[in-house]
Design a protein around this ligand. Structure first.
Ligand code: DHB
Ligand code: FE
Length: 278
C-alpha cells in the first residue's frame, strides 16, 4: 500500500525562483532560507519518496475569478511551468502520477469532497518554488508529482476546518492505494502577508501557527477565514495549504527542520519538514 512518509511546507515567493535562476541563493536576503533546506535535501536523499503531492493555491494562472474551483486535483501524465512575471521561462516538464491521481479523485468524491479533476494543469510559482527548494535547482525531479489546488483567493473560501478535513481525506485516499509508493505531501503558501501592503507580517501569529501545525493542528481549525485575514493579511489565507498538508500527514510527527525567517519579500517566510514514518 502507499504510505505518506512526511510533509514539507514552505512559503513561496517568485523571487526564490529568480534567485535559483541567477545563482544568487547566498546573497541577501534569502541565504538563511535556502540554507534551511540542506537538511531537507539530506532527508530526501535518504527517504527517497516516489511521489510528491503538491498542495498550493493557484494565482490566476489556471483559475481566475470567472472559474474558481474550491479544490482541484491534477490527473495529467505531465505538467509544465509558466511565466512568473519575467517573461517566458525555459520550458520544463514534471512527470505526473495519473493512476494515483485518479485513485485520489475517486476516493475524495466517494468521501464527499466533490473536487474538480484537471487533466491539464500548469504549475505557477507556488508549485515550482516548493519543488525547486526541495530538490535543488531547476533540474529534473526524482519524483512524480500530483498538484492539488486549494482556493485561497476568492470567496466563498473553504474554512480552515474544511481544509484540514480535506487533507485527512487525501491521507485516507493515499493510504488505500494498492501500490507500494512512498508519498511526500508538500504544502506551499503563507505565512502572513498581503501583497501590495507591507507591514502585514504578524510574526507572533505565524509562530503560533508553526507550533500548532506540529502539536495541535485542530486548534487552527477554530479560526474563521475573516479572522485569518485580520490576523495574517489577505494572502495569509495561504495557511490553508499547510492545514491540508497536516491533515494528510496525520498523527505524531518528528520535526526534521523548521525555520521562521522574515521577511522574505512581502511574506512571513517559513518552512518545516515533518517525518511521519513510524
Ligand atoms: C509574494 C508572496 C506570494 O505568496 C506570492 O504568491 C507572490 C509574491 C511576495 O511576498 O513577494
Ligand atoms: Fe502566493
Amino acid at each position: 500500500m502507499a504510505q505518506i512518509i512526511g510533509g514539507l511546507s514552505t512559503s513561496h515567493v517568485p523571487k526564490i525562483g529568480r534567485a535559483i535562476a541567477g545563482g544568487t541563493q547566498q546573497e541577501e536576503p534569502f541565504a538563511p532560507f535556502f540554507d534551511a533546506f540542506a537538511p531537507v535535501h539530506e532527508w530526501l536523499d535518504e527517504a527517497k519518496p516516489d511521489v510528491a503531492i503538491v498542495i498550493y493555491n493557484d494565482h490566476g494562472l489556471n483559475f481566475f475569478l470567472n472559474n474558481m474551483p474550491t479544490f482541484a486535483v491534477g490527473a495529467a501524465h505531465e505538467y509544465h511551468n509558466a511565466d512568473e512575471g519575467w517573461g517566458p521561462p525555459p520550458p520544463r516538464t514534471f512527470r505526473g502520477a495519473p493512476a494515483l491521481s485518479w485513485h485520489i479523485v475517486e476516493s475524495l468524491v466517494a468521501d464527499e469532497f466533490d473536487v474538480s479533476t484537471c487533466q491539464e494543469l500548469t504549475f505557477d510559482h507556488a508549485g515550482i518554488t516548493a519543488l525547486d527548494l526541495a530538490w535543488e535547482g531547476h533540474g529534473d525531479k526524482p519524483v512524480a508529482v500530483i498538484p492539488i489546488v486549494v482556493n485561497a483567493v476568492m470567496p466563498p473560501l473553504p474554512t480552515p476546518k474544511r481544509c484540514y478535513s480535506f487533507g485527512q481525506a487525501i491521507g485516507r485516499a493515499v493510504r488505500s492505494f494498492d501500490q507500494d509508493l512512498k508519498v511526500l505531501v508538500i504544502g506551499s503558501g503563507g505565512l502572513s502577508h498581503e501583497l501590495g501592503e507591507f507591514g502585514k507580517i504578524n510574526q507572533s501569529f505565524d509562530e503560533l501557527c508553526m507550533e500548532k501545525i506540529v502539536t495541535d493542528p485542530e486548534a487552527l481549525t477554530h479560526y474563521s477565514n475573516d479572522e485569518i485575514v485580520d490576523l495574517a493579511g489577505a494572502q495569509g489565507l495561504e495557511l490553508m495549504t499547510w492545514l491540508v498538508m497536516r491533515g494528510a500527514v496525520s498523527g505524531d510527527v518528528e520535526v526534521v527542520k523548521s525555520l521562521y525567517f522574515t521577511p522574505i519579500s512581502h511574506t512571513g517566510g517559513a518552512m518545516m519538514l515533518l517525518d511521519s514514518r513510524r
